[in-house]
Design a protein around this ligand. Structure first.
Ligand SMILES: *[C@@H]1O[C@H](CO)[C@@H](O)[C@H](O)[C@H]1NC(C)=O
Ligand SMILES: *[C@@H]1O[C@H](CO)[C@@H](O)[C@H](O)[C@H]1NC(C)=O
Ligand SMILES: *[C@@H]1O[C@H](CO)[C@@H](O)[C@H](O)[C@H]1NC(C)=O
Ligand SMILES: *[C@@H]1O[C@H](CO)[C@@H](O)[C@H](O)[C@H]1NC(C)=O
Ligand SMILES: *[C@@H]1O[C@H](CO)[C@@H](O)[C@H](O)[C@H]1NC(C)=O
Length: 401
């Protein structure tokens, strides 16, 4: 019955949407907006920079970026501490700055909060989301190195001096202090604000639900969140990715009449899945077993993906890692209409995180991140561009709007 409801809801919304929406702009290609050969920061002074290099607190070639989000003329950038020598794990650049090549990143909210050795600070951030109220929900939960602090979620008010509004430390039974990997987050502003979070942990992968109102979290674990053995071992930018990586990408449908859906997929996998948010929002339901009937297999993507995003038109964009490209599917249409919208084996090496701005642009971070995760891979600073933020005009906004 629920499955039937799913289709009825989707086709109903589809019918309504196609009446109103104009044909989307197409044919435009992604263009490079920012590029980096290595990451450097806005040091307070030359002394700090020199000390950081001398003490190996900063090893320039080891710094990587993994998550991007846009809010009010800033790009916020997550830099998980994948390798040693990463002095800053969350920072930002201003779009008002005309520097587009190797722009230096400013620590967020400041240097102190990025210092290691205090569990109230940011230890290793993989992703974040900014809601309509300008609250940034930061996932400090990359815990697959020798980490010291339990994973946590911290809410900063970007409109009030980056004040901390709330924080939540995940208990061991929801996300492991050693072996947990809070990977990506979407925000649902219905019923008192919820976050849905993927835990890419190789030990205990799953989908975490956090209620802001209750300041509580719970987790569901399902076979659909495991890696698919048949879809492992793929090559991106000439380097094989061998890890068996579970649930990673997550996206939320826009707030229209009817049910909302969370979409997710395993990194080492081809299948895209969905589940209704009203199922997720009930802790009681999630602690039972019947919710498994509600996991809906949407279809098989053309390739493995890392990040996903849905815009306010219902277009779901997904990275196509080994195809060095991006796919798109409108969630109100059959999955057979999914298409590859861009491919570039020079600029799209590991298509990772997506962001939408307020001017109709979609941004994509391509970041070579598998090279940073592969400890046998020798990183060095060269002319090779390691990170790009590419942009595409879609005339849409985020699913939040
Ligand atoms: C990083 O920036 C500092 C100035 O803030 C500069 O002195 C240094 O040369 C830069 N590092 C590299 C590797 O270019
Ligand atoms: C603009 O970026 C450059 C290079 O990263 C930096 O030196 C400069 O301080 C930035 N300016 C502003 C106003 O942020
Ligand atoms: C933002 O604020 C409004 C009211 O001020 C509230 O209803 C909403 O749930 C808040 N949260 C998000 C995520 O937008
Ligand atoms: C949603 O439903 C309400 C009440 O049935 C209606 O007033 C409103 O116009 C609907 N909105 C959309 C976007 O269909
Ligand atoms: C880029 O992709 C095309 C088409 O798949 C392929 O023929 C070409 O060899 C690739 N180039 C590089 C540098 O990998």
């Amino acid at each position: 019955m629920y499955l039937l409801l799913f289709f009825v809801t989707l086709s109903f919304v589809s019918y309504c949407a196609s009446d109103k929406n104009e044909k989307s702009e197409s044919g435009s290609a992604f263009e490079t907006e920012y590029q980096w050969t290595f990451i450097n920061f806005t040091w307070n002074n030359e002394e700090d920079h020199k000390n950081a290099v001398a003490t190996k607190k900063y090893i320039p070639e080891n710094n990587a970026m993994a998550g991007i989000k846009f809010y009010k003329n800033n790009f916020y950038i997550a830099m998980p501490r994948v390798r040693d020598g990463t002095p800053v794990t969350l920072g930002y650049i201003s779009t008002e700055n005309s520097t587009k090549i190797n722009p230096r990143i400013k620590p967020f909210p400041n240097w102190e909060m990025n210092e290691l050795g205090d569990c109230d600070h940011l230890e290793s951030v993989q992703s974040m989301e900014v809601d309509k109220n300008g609250t940034m929900w930061v996932l400090d939960g990359f815990r697959i190195k020798n980490n010291q602090c339990p994973p946590k979620l911290i809410l900063f008010d970007l409109n009030d001096d980056n004040k901390i509004l709330q924080d939540f430390t995940f208990p061991e039974w929801i996300c492991l202090s050693r072996g947990g990997f809070l990977n990506d987050i979407v925000i649902d502003d219905n019923d008192g604000d919820f976050a849905y979070i993927t835990d890419n942990s190789p030990i205990d992968p799953g989908l975490i639900v956090y209620s802001r109102e209750q300041n509580r979290a719970w987790k569901i674990r399902d076979a659909s969140m495991f890696p698919e053995i048949d879809a492992s071992n793929f090559v991106v930018g000439g380097l094989e990715f061998k890890a068996l990586a579970p649930i990673d990408g997550i996206a939320l449908s826009p707030n229209r009449n009817g049910s909302r859906f969370v979409f997710y997929c395993s990194l080492s996998g081809l299948n895209l899945y969905a589940i209704r948010t009203d199922i997720l929002k009930s802790e009681e339901t999630c602690l039972g077993g019947f919710w498994r009937y509600e996991v809906k297999k949407i279809g098989q993507k053309q390739a493995q993906s890392d990040g996903l995003v849905v815009d306010n038109k219902g277009d779901l964009y997904y990275g196509l890692l080994p195809l060095h490209g991006v796919g798109k599917w409108n969630i109100y249409k059959p999955f057979s209409t999914a298409e590859i919208v861009a491919q570039n084996n020079e600029t799209m090496i590991w298509t990772d995180s997506f962001a939408l701005d307020d001017k109709g642009f979609l941004y994509l971070l391509a970041n070579n991140i598998h090279k940073f995760f592969d400890s046998d891979y020798k990183l060095e600073i060269s002319d090779e561009v390691k990170f790009r933020i590419l942009k595409l005009f879609t005339s849409s906004k985020s699913y939040l709007y």
